[in-house]
Design a protein around this ligand. Structure first.
Ligand code: AKG
Ligand code: FE2
Length: 422
């Protein structure tokens, strides 16, 4: 087998006596070959920064399937006509209870899904020299290949997966920027995602008891981030995760998974498998939807296990408010609040919201400087005053800046939204 790791980078492999995580991570990043590169080099032990604590590795899925816990599967056939109210009801129930559902008979041809998965696999399995050209951690790059977006800044263990991401604006991004390996597939897939978004946005609006164009009228899903993951077989699958437990910061995510399995969703204290179904798409409610629906629809934790044999591919399409309008404020939808059901979260905009999600809570300075750059009118004193005047102290529960109010430890809400702290 070809040895793909430059010898200078060997330091990220274990040397118990002088282990320096920062150095190890940096050396690994410099290979630009991701976990696939590690596997190709023939490692039999995973680097220490991929090892997750044992309490995060509990596998309770068999227990949950005994209990009959199953993410709902919704048949979308005739959802435009006589089955509409049935489908809307099922979406409402699934979004309130699970925050997840699988869609079948949704109208996207299976061949489009299979071609996309095959294209993602081709990209990740090609020679690393070609992939390396796309390797970047710069979010300004609309197409970038990387291993763990937060690898260099997070204190959390790394995930056993590589990713290529595409940032679209209402489905638009110059296809010349896409890797040739699966240019056609990406173009075709995103066209279908845009169509599917329209369908879902109407159905979800109705499931919330609103007119069908409500979500589209508030322009909360204009940006799409398509992330194409590859989870290689892992020599020590009991020590690491493909994706650590997290909630998506999006409004909504549409996920395509191949037939390997491994995705699990939190149902109270259990992890429930989301079994692969040929031709199905998984939909999940993200944090931003939970915010605007005032907790009616739930953003639920999920994770991905890795296997010893066989690699897994998946494609997540995250929908966000337009990044062209990233300071537009969003709060609880007024039709969904009342004197008995006050807003739980204060208003926020997508720039601030994503900054929270991406930054460590222990880095309030970084958050603040980012906010100052993007939001020059930010006045902390004013915000503290506004907060102290709010009727409902709970309003600050999730989206207040970590250093703007003297919270005690348990009240620092950012922790709710950062996978490293949950
Ligand atoms: O690969 C999967 O099945 C899940 C990916 C995921 O949860 C994410 O990208 O947020
Ligand atoms: Fe996710």
């Amino acid at each position: 087998m070809e040895l793909m790791i430059p010898s200078a980078a060997d330091s990220f492999l274990q040397d118990e006596s002088s282990y320096d995580k920062g150095e190890a991570v940096k050396a690994f990043d410099e290979t630009k070959a991701g976990v696939k590169g590690l596997v190709d080099s023939g490692v039999t032990k995973i680097p220490r920064f991929f090892i997750h604590p044992p309490e995060d590795m509990q596998k309770s899925s068999s227990e949950s399937s005994h209990l009959g816990l199953q993410v709902p599967v919704i048949n979308f056939e005739h959802c435009e006509s006589y089955r509409r109210s049935e489908v809307v009801n099922e979406i409402r129930k699934a979004s309130e209870i699970w925050g997840f559902f699988q869609m079948v008979n949704h109208g996207i041809p299976v061949i489009v899904l299979d071609d996309m998965l095959a294209g993602v696999r081709r990209f990740h399995e090609q020679h690393r020299d070609v992939k390396m050209e796309f390797y970047s951690r710069d979010r300004e790059q609309p197409v970038r290949f990387f291993c763990n977006g937060d690898l260099l800044v997070s204190r959390a263990p790394a995930n056993w997966r590589d990713t290529i991401a595409f940032d679209f604006q209402d489905g638009k991004l110059d296809p010349e920027l896409f890797p040739e390996t699966f240019r056609e597939e990406v173009s075709q897939y995103i066209r279908h995602m845009i169509q599917m978004k329209k369908t879902l946005s109407e159905l979800i609006s109705e499931a919330l008891g609103l007119r069908s164009d409500y979500l589209s009228s508030i322009e909360c899903m204009e940006t799409e981030s398509l992330v194409c993951h590859y989870y290689p077989a892992c020599p020590e699958p009991d020590l690491t995760l493909g994706a650590t437990k997290h909630r998506d910061p999006s409004l909504m995510t549409i996920l395509l998974q191949d037939n390997m399995g491994g995705l699990q969703v939190r149902n109270q204290t259990q992890w429930a498998d989301v079994p692969p179904l040929q031709g199905a798409l998984v939909v999940n409610i993200g944090d931003f939807m939970q915010l605007i629906t005032n907790d009616k629809f739930k953003s639920v934790e999920h994770r991905v296990l890795v296997g010893k044999e066989g690699s897994r591919t998946s494609v997540a399409c995250f929908f966000y408010p337009s990044t062209a309008n990233k300071f537009k404020p969003y709060g609880a939808i007024k039709e969904l609040v009342s004197d008995d059901n006050l807003p739980i979260y204060r208003e926020t905009h997508v720039a601030e919201f994503l900054a929270y999600f991406r930054m460590e809570p222990v880095f309030p300075k970084a958050v603040n400087s980012l906010l100052e750059d993007h939001w020059p009118s930010y006045d902390r004193a004013e915000e503290v005053k506004a907060f102290s005047e709010t009727k409902n102290r709970e309003c600050a529960k999730s989206f207040i800046r970590a250093d703007s109010i003297e919270f005690n430890e348990t009240e620092i809400p950012l922790c709710n939204y950062h996978p490293t702290c949950s």
